[in-house]
Design a protein around this ligand. Structure first.
Ligand SMILES: NC(=O)c1ccc[n+]([C@@H]2O[C@H](COP(=O)([O-])OP(=O)(O)OC[C@H]3O[C@@H](n4cnc5c(N)ncnc54)[C@H](O)[C@@H]3O)[C@@H](O)[C@H]2O)c1
Length: 311
């Protein structure tokens, strides 16, 4: 299989490239280093079945040229803005990097007759559901962040393109994903802050925010396992059944760094920032029924990630 991975120099995308290459596939990666880094894929450049294009996915002419040249069988679309806090101040970032990347890519898929797509969606499409255990067929999707809105818009485009072009699309709505090469989020921020000053730690919100954290290895295994779907769109919530409180993340990091007596300073409020969903869980029945379970619980994923990042 020849796979195109958009956003392949990013955190999850680079792990997906590793796994696809390990399976013996050819991998074509497109990334403009908007957030991803050269280091994430530095170890891949000597592989004969890996090719990298430093390009903007929104450039239809260039992307279409890559499709024409490479004969792509399967597209894994991960390019997006992943810094939700940043786009809260500048929604255009989501329109461009999250929504328009999807549109441009779908146009290439249509023009070059590719039939298989994986899309990295998010639990943020649900919005704030007050602790309700939301399933994939929940009709009321009410994102509260520009990011969630742009991902939901992308899902809608994928639905239309799948119908119009006989496409088989797998959509995973994932929670917080963590692991080595992490680029953002509480685990990343707290480690960075504590390395700069280990006497105190500023925590956004009241620290009671509680979310499922999934290790990237579990996610990548599931993407590969479920990638072959029937024509149309198949959507799964994917994640872990447990959650980790933000204060607990700070405690685990302090334990792993061997720090005691760090004072935690809370900025207050339920969410870390406007658009942050403070408590989240969702219904994983569908993917469990399909025989899939993660290896790591939320707390285990956090501790493993801290060890990986520190190493
Ligand atoms: N990490 C999470 O917790 C999480 C949760 C839910 C969904 N997702 C989704 O998974 C995907 C990967 O996320 P990640 O955490 O690895 O983030 P990431 O920022 O590390 O990866 C995204 C990559 O897309 C690239 N990119 C962005 N705009 C681009 C453009 N216009 N042209 C070319 N490349 C572009 C970035 O440079 C980056 O390398 C994203 O679609 C994200 O929305 C991530």
């Amino acid at each position: 299989m020849k796979a195109l991975v958009t956003g392949g120099a990013g955190f999850i995308g680079s792990h997906l490239c590793d796994a696809l290459l390990a399976e013996g596939n050819e991998v074509v990666c497109v990334d403009n280093f908007f957030i991803g880094t050269r280091e994430n894929i530095a170890h891949l450049h000597n592989k004969s079945n890996f090719k990298f294009y430093e390009n903007d996915v929104c450039d239809l002419g260039i992307l279409s040229g890559i499709f024409a040249k490479e004969n792509i069988d399967f597209v894994f679309h991960l390019a997006a803005n992943s810094d939700i806090q940043a786009s809260a101040l500048n929604p255009a970032v989501e329109y461009y990097n999250t929504y328009s990347t999807t549109f441009t890519l779908l146009e290439c898929i249509r023009l070059h007759n590719v039939k298989k797509l994986f899309f990295a969606s998010t639990s943020a499409v649900y919005g704030e559901k007050d602790g309700a255990n939301v399933a994939e067929d929940t009709a009321l999707l009410t994102p509260i962040s520009y990011y969630g809105g742009a991902k939901l818009g992308s899902e809608a485009l994928i639905s239309a393109y799948a119908y119009m072009n006989d496409l088989s699309a797998l959509v995973f709505r994932f929670p917080n994903v963590i692991g080595s090469r992490l680029t953002h989020g509480a685990v990343f921020d707290f480690i960075k802050k504590l390395k700069a000053d280990n006497s105190h730690l500023q925590i956004l919100g009241d620290g009671e925010q509680s979310k499922p954290y999934m290790h990237v290895s579990d996610l990548v295994n599931a993407i590969l396992r479920f990638r072959d779907v029937p024509q149309g769109v198949t959507t799964y919530n994917i994640g872990v059944g447990s959650q980790t409180r933000v204060t607990r993340i700070a405690e685990i990091i302090c334990e792993e760094l061997g720090l005691q007596n760090v004072s935690f300073d809370y900025t207050g409020g339920r969410g870390g920032w406007k658009g942050d969903v403070p408590k989240f869980q969702y219904d994983l029945t569908k993917i469990h029924k399909a025989g899939w379970n993660p290896r790591f619980s939320s707390d285990e994923a956090v501790r493993l990630t801290v060890k990986e990042v520190l190493a």
